[in-house]
Design a binder for this molecule. Sequence first.
Ligand code: NAD
Length: 349
Amino acid sequence: KRVGYAVVGLGELTLGQIMPAFGNCKNSKVVALVSGSADKAKKVAMQYGVEQKKLYNYQNFDEIKNNPEIDAVYIVLPNAMHEEFVIRAAKAGKHVLCEKPMTVSSKSAERMIDACKKAGKKLMIAYRIQYEPNNRQMMQFARSHKFGKVKVITSVNVQNIGDPKQWRLHKALSGGGSLPDIGLYDINTNRFLLGEEPYMVNATTYSTPNDPRFKEVEEAVMFQMFFPSGVIANNTCSYGAHNSKHYRCYADNGGWFGMDPAFDYKGLMPEASQVMGKVQNKMQPKLQEENQFALEIDHFSECVIENKVPYTPGEEGLQDQKIMEAIYESARTGKPVNLERMDKLDTFR
Ligand code: NAD
């Protein structure tokens, strides 16, 4: 059986990545579209063979409950709209896959988790990196101590953001600047690589004075996360620098490993280095790339079919929301912030 999805929001990510990715899926298919623009929905439906009578808008969205072909809903809207549509989807009796960042606050994340629990429906956050084979290999290197025990991680996710009018630069829709949008990859991947939760963060934010893009949200965040095993992760995200998305894990035994690029949709490049005597051996242990979105969507479908908890459930998104709140607090107060003890999620493999 293929799990039937209603995709909500026909923006850049949906049209550029998600709709094409369904073509690579093995157990998932698009059966309905939800859009604010009837014309756009019609065109996209024609392109992908979705029936014209399976098109919904934001007002009549709740009618999806009467369509048994829709098993799950994939929410691909601006961040501040995720909560409303996740809750409405759950109330309509559908499982929900929600884009990252989960939402704009930890309280909101908790409401989303509660609503899905109450409805008896699954909730997964679309952390595609956790489904990507090369990043998964890095996770295995970290956890098996293949290059020694990791002591330090550096992780960078920067891009030069354009139009000052876009929703990403308006706090009411985005919840924040580069941190929730792209710094989130640093946070989530640090946690994924190590399989542990940080106990403290320390952070500074920066915005270029008078840059019209950064009136409401921050341009850059430099932040450290401290982990119980002794790992320090030193992370940077910025909306002001040319595209670069990479990380490196430095171990205690003459080796390091990482990815550059790490967070792109394709063209990912793993790299590693081990010192043997006086020689440094450099390697590129690249695995076959697969469509990350297809892997992620099919994982959720498998969880729906087999009634399993997804690798990246709502609780995974909630942890990141709490960490982001602590990062902003640290930047605001100029002091490190201790995180309330976070239990290790048992969904970490
Ligand atoms: P986008 O601006 O291209 O698309 C957003 C869609 O929401 C548009 O179709 C727009 O019409 C609709 N919309 C409805 N109400 C709106 C409003 N009030 N203001 C603005 N748009 C409104 O954005 P996107 O890049 O497709 O991002 C959508 C979501 O996907 C975000 O949560 C983003 O963080 C996430 N995303 C994830 C990845 C990833 O790699 N997983 C990549 C890009 C975006």
